[in-house]
Design a protein around this ligand. Structure first.
Ligand code: AHR
Length: 499
C-alpha cells in the first residue's frame, strides 16, 4: 500500500496544549497504594513515594493529574485524608467495594504532584455531597490564611495554599453505577450552584462539568444539552470519557477506535455549540477528555472477587502491541482536536489500566502503551497542523470504510522542528509513506524517529520481560527533495521528527 500526506505550516489547528498529556490517579486498586505510594519499598523516599514510579511518571511526560477519582470520589470525604495518619478512619469505598485506609490524602498527594511536576485537576464529590463540601475542600486547598480550613492545612504542614485552579464538578453522574447518580436536571442544578459558589471565592477557576460517561450512554447528547443549558455561563469545560477494547476479537474495528473518538468529540462540540447558540452566548466551551484509554472492560465486568480488600489487584490490564498502536492513534485524535480538547487524562497512571506497572516490593516497568504517550508528549510542540491525507481504506464491522492511515503533525516555529505522528491500521500490509514538505522550505532532515510494531501483535511487557516491546527507529525514514519517505509496518505507530 502507499499513502501521501501534505503538510504546510499555514494549516494550523491550534497550539499544542500541554494539558493534553494528562493522566489520572484514582484511589482504586493499586494506583495509589503500592502504585505511587509504598513506604516500605526499597526506592521509597522520605514521604513514602516510590522513586521508580516518580521517575517513570516524569519520563512519561505527564503534565496534569486528575485526582482522587473517578467513581471513588462520589463517596469520598476529603477530611478523612488529612491530619495525623493514625487518626484517619478506614472507610468503605462503595465504588470498587474496597477498603480505603486514607493513608494518602490531599497533603500527601500534593507533595507527590510537586515531585512529579504535574498540575492538578481536582474532582469534588457531587455524588453524596454538595456545595458546602466543595467550598470546604476549595478553602483547604486554596485559601491563604486565617480561616479555619486554611489554618488546618497550615497545621498539617502546608503553609502556602496549593493554588489548584482546575476542578471537576463531580464524576460520571449520568451513570446508574455512580453513587449519587442524578438526572441531567438534578446534576445541572447542583453543578451550577457549586460552580457559582466556588467562583465567588476565586473567579479565575477553570471548571469542568460532567458530560456523559461514554457516547453509548442512552442519555448521550441529551445529557450534555440539559446540563449545559443549566451551567453554560459558569463552566469552562464539558467532560468526555471513552474506553476502547476489541469486541469479539475484531482487531480491524479496534484499530479504528480513533474514528469513534473523532466522532465523539465532534458530537460533544456540536451539542455544546448548539446550547451556546440557543443561549446567545459568545462563549465557546472546551472539552476535557478526562478519561480515555484501552480498557478490557468486558473481562472486568465478568469477574469481581475483590470485596472489601485494601488496594486489591483490579483491572491491571496487560497491554499488547495493538493496544499501543490504538493509544498512539487516540493521541493523534486528541491532538487533531486541539482547538476544542485542551485537557485530557489517560486513565489511569499506575497499575489500574495504566502505562506504568509495579510489583509491591519489586520493580516498576513500562507497558507497551507507555511509549506512544511518552514520545507524543515529548515531541508534540508548537502548533498542531492539519494534515491532508490520501490513503486507501479498509472495511470495518463497526465503523464502515476507514482509512488505513491516520496522522497529525506539529510545527514548532521557534525551533523550526516538524513532527509527524502516523499509524498504519492495516493488519497485514505495510504502507510506503510519502510526506510533502514543500511549504517548509529546504533543509528539514530526520533528526529522530520511532516505530512501535512487532511481528507478534500480542507481545506484552511483563515483570519478567519488561522491555519486550520498545520502539525502534522508523524504517527507511529519509527526506529527499522536500519529500519525507518512510515504510510503515502493518499495525504500527510512528513518530518522525524533522529538524
Ligand atoms: O477509570 C476507571 C473508572 O472508569 C473511573 O473510576 C470511572 O470514572 C470510569 O467509569
Amino acid at each position: 500500500l502507499s499513502a501521501t500526506l501534505t503538510l504546510n505550516p499555514a494549516f494550523t489547528i491550534a497550539p499544542v496544549s500541554r494539558r493534553t498529556f494528562g493522566s489520572f490517579v484514582e484511589h482504586m486498586g493499586r494506583c495509589v497504594y503500592t502504585g505511587i505510594y509504598e513506604p516500605s519499598h526499597p526506592t521509597a523516599d522520605a514521604d513514602g513515594f516510590r522513586a521508580d514510579v516518580l521517575e517513570l511518571t516524569r519520563e512519561l511526560g505527564v503534565s496534569l493529574v486528575r485526582y482522587p477519582g473517578g467513581n471513588f470520589v462520589s463517596g469520598y470525604r476529603w477530611e478523612d485524608g488529612v491530619g495525623p495518619v493514625a487518626d484517619r478512619p478506614v472507610r468503605r469505598d462503595l465504588a470498587w467495594h474496597s477498603l480505603e485506609t486514607n493513608e494518602v490524602g490531599i497533603d500527601e498527594f500534593m507533595r507527590w504532584a510537586r515531585k512529579a511536576d504535574v498540575e492538578i485537576m481536582y474532582a469534588v464529590n457531587l455524588g453524596t455531597r454538595g456545595v458546602q463540601e466543595a467550598l470546604d475542600v476549595q478553602e483547604y486547598l486554596n485559601h491563604p490564611d486565617r480561616t479555619r480550613l486554611a489554618l488546618m492545612r497550615q497545621a498539617n504542614g502546608s503553609a502556602e495554599p496549593y493554588g489548584v485552579t482546575l476542578f471537576c464538578l463531580g464524576n460520571e453522574l449520568d451513570g446508574p453505577w455512580q453513587t449519587g447518580h442524578k438526572t441531567a436536571r438534578e446534576y445541572g442544578r447542583l453543578a451550577m450552584e457549586t460552580a457559582r459558589a466556588l467562583r465567588s471565592a476565586e473567579p479565575w477557576l477553570e471548571l469542568v462539568a460532567c458530560g456523559s460517561s461514554s457516547s453509548s450512554m442512552p442519555t448521550f447528547a441529551a445529557w450534555e444539552a440539559e446540563v449545559l443549558e443549566l451551567t453554560y455561563d459558569a463552566v469552562d469545560y464539558i467532560s468526555a470519557h471513552a474506553y476502547y477494547e476489541p469486541i469479539d476479537g475484531d482487531l480491524g474495528s479496534f484499530l479504528a477506535s480513533a474514528v469513534d473518538m473523532d466522532h465523539f468529540i465532534n458530537s460533544v462540540a456540536a451539542t455544546a455549540d448548539s446550547v451556546g447558540a440557543k443561549l446567545k452566548s459568545p462563549k465557546q466551551l472546551k472539552i476535557s477528555f478526562d478519561e480515555w484509554n484501552v480498557w478490557y472492560q468486558s473481562a472486568f465486568q465478568a469477574k469481581q472477587e475483590t470485596d472489601w480488600q485494601v488496594a486489591p489487584r483490579v483491572i491491571e490490564d496487560c497491554y499488547n502491541v495493538v493496544d499501543a498502536v490504538v493509544v498512539g492513534n487516540l493521541l493523534i485524535s486528541l491532538l487533531r482536536h486541539s482547538d476544542r480538547v485542551t485537557a485530557a487524562c489517560q486513565a489511569q497512571l499506575v497499575n489500574v489500566i495504566a502505562p506504568i506497572r509495579t510489583e509491591p516490593g519489586g520493580p516498576a516497568w513500562r507497558q507497551t502503551i507507555f511509549h506512544p504517550f511518552a514520545l507524543t508528549s515529548r515531541l508534540a510542540r508548537g502548533e498542531v497542523l492539519r494534515v491532508e491525507t490520501q490513503a486507501p481504506s479498509y472495511p470495518t464491522a463497526r465503523y464502515g470504510s476507514v482509512p488505513v492511515l491516520d496522522a497529525v503533525a506539529t510545527h514548532d516555529a521557534e525551533t523550526g522542528d516538524v513532527t509527524v505522528f502516523v499509524v498504519n491500521r492495516h493488519l497485514t500490509d505495510g504502507i510506503d509513506l510519502a510526506v510533502s514538505l514543500a511549504g517548509f522550505g529546504p533543509g528539514l532532515q530526520v533528526s529522530e524517529s520511532y516505530t512501535l510494531a512487532d511481528e507478534d501483535l500480542y507481545a506484552t511487557n511483563t515483570l519478567d520481560d519488561p522491555d519486550r516491546v520498545v520502539p525502534s527507529p522508523a524504517k527507511d525514514a529519509d527526506v529527499t527533495d522536500g519529500i519525507l519517505r518512510a515504510s510503515l509496518p502493518p499495525v504500527s505507530w510512528t513518530a518522525i521528527r524533522l529538524s
